[in-house]
Design a protein around this ligand. Structure first.
Ligand code: COA
Length: 333
């Protein structure tokens, strides 16, 4: 079997870390706020609880904790980091970037920092971008984070969305040198033809904040759940197949899959279509809900802490999100 689809050296993951706020919001407690039930949420989504950050804790705060954990895990000095990318759709503010805010808080040098917005695919897009920047030789060590305070854009009167999401952050240290799991390749794409399937209508330049946008609750996330569900299964299946084929592999060569943690029924449909046993899919969405860009690194960190991956195993991480965007990454542990 051939593995190489890159002409350049793969970057390696030196360390992984994550963080979730202490406050647990269970389905029962949620059903006191909005017309839903534990049974409906569990059977339709697989979610039992999610973490919610307090009002005084912005996304950079969650990112900070996850970054500290990843830096400690990587056992590197902080001044080795020369690139910071934060994937998020819930930045502290429109600008400056959450990455810049984080740079100062972490006491990093005056290194390159930016946010990347690809919704729930943002973390894998960021790995794709960071890997390219490291392979250029112009950067040596990247801190890549997925962090979200989804509770800040939830409409707590809309039962079709507020039961699905949670807050959290996950981070990795990527390096051009050293030993660790290798990023072998990527498959990222997007289809911008139907942006309103999943969006936050107001607050941007097309609909600046006004009394009307506030009254119409247009600063909250809006979603066509059924269409997103169908697209999610289709694009994650396609990205996984293409990624595996590009490396001259068979789907049966894949040891584990870390899918975007949105809905257990999406994961089951994907497993069915790929004819990959469900046991190969790592899920922690029951305890976190959908944490958007934080979902994959949060799951990755938990899988690593649980020693799920054996040396040499192949892991696919695959996500989809608003845009629509999608991205798949192949890692050799
Ligand atoms: N509690 C109780 N009932 C609810 C509910 C809730 N939280 N949310 C919706 N319902 C109701 C609906 O009003 C509808 O009632 P009706 O039949 O009387 O009209 C019924 O449940 C079925 O709704 P439906 O939308 O058909 O449910 P579904 O099986 O499609 O599940 C989602 C809804 C949102 C869970 C599912 O479509 C989904 O997960 N989509 C993908 C979302 C996603 O992943 N988004 C993030 C992308 S990164």
């Amino acid at each position: 079997m051939s593995l190489s689809s890159k002409e350049y050296r793969s970057s390696v993951i030196l360390g992984v870390g994550s963080y979730v706020p202490d406050k647990i919001l269970g389905n029962k407690e949620l059903s006191l706020k909005v017309d839903t039930s534990d049974k409906w949420i569990q059977t339709r989504t697989g979610i039992t609880e999610r973490r919610i950050a307090s009002i005084d804790r912005p996304t950079s705060d969650l990112a900070y904790e996850a970054a500290r954990n990843a830096i400690a895990d990587a056992k590197i000095e902080i001044d080795q980091i020369d690139l910071v990318i934060v994937a998020t759709i819930t930045p502290d503010m429109a600008f400056p970037s959450t990455a810049c805010i984080l740079q100062h808080r972490l006491g990093l040098g005056k290194v390159a920092c930016f946010d990347l917005e690809a919704a729930c695919s943002g973390f894998l897009y960021s790995l794709d971008v960071a890997d390219g920047m490291l392979s250029s030789g112009r950067y040596k060590c990247a801190l890549v984070i997925g962090a979200e305070k989804m509770s800040s854009i939830m409409d707590w009167q809309d039962r079709t969305t507020c039961v699905l999401f949670g807050d959290g952050a996950g981070a990795v240290i990527l390096s051009a040198e050293g030993k660790g799991p290798e990023l072998l390749g990527f498959r990222s794409g997007a289809d911008g033809s139907n942006p309103t399937l999943l969006h936050q209508p107001a607050g941007g330049s097309s609909k600046p904040a006004s009394k009307n946008t506030l009254a119409n609750r247009e600063h909250f996330l809006k979603m066509n759940g059924k269409e997103i569900f169908k697209s999610a299964v289709r694009v994650m299946e396609k990205a996984t197949r293409e990624l595996i084929a590009a490396h001259g592999l068979e789907l049966s060569d894949v040891n584990h899959i870390i899918p975007h943690q949105a809905n257990v029924r999406i994961v089951e449909s994907m497993a069915h279509r790929l004819e990959i046993p469900l046991e190969k899919f790592f899920c922690n969405l029951d305890r976190h809900g959908n944490t958007s860009a934080a979902s994959i690194p949060l799951a990755l960190d938990e899988a690593v802490r649980n020693d799920l991956f054996v040396h040499g195993e192949l892991v696919v991480m695959v996500a989809f999100g608003a845009g629509l965007t999608w991205s798949a990454t192949l890692v050799r542990f």
